[in-house]
Design a protein around this ligand. Sequence first.
Ligand SMILES: [Zn+2]
Length: 100
Amino acid sequence: MSKRIPKKIKQEIALEKIKTLFKEASKQKDLKLANRYVDIARKTAMKVNLTIPRELKRRFCKHCYHYLIPGKNCRVRIHENKVIYYCSDCKKYMRYMLRR
Ligand SMILES: [Zn+2]
């Protein structure tokens, strides 16, 4: 039955769900619960072959998938024209190019 729903529609529904999950995660004081939201969001995206939007991707660690809160479990630095995120949970870095 679910096969009848076009892929595009499924992806749209998934994207809405993902956005909601990140919104909930951002309000969460319990980091474990925020990480759980990220986990569900990632799985939702994977299920329908959807890439999580760039602005949301930056809100969790790409190594350990923990939700990142600057000043709490992550450090954000700007170096040359890159933004460097340091995850203090897995001690790894992520680098993003700055546009403009
Ligand atoms: Zn990490």
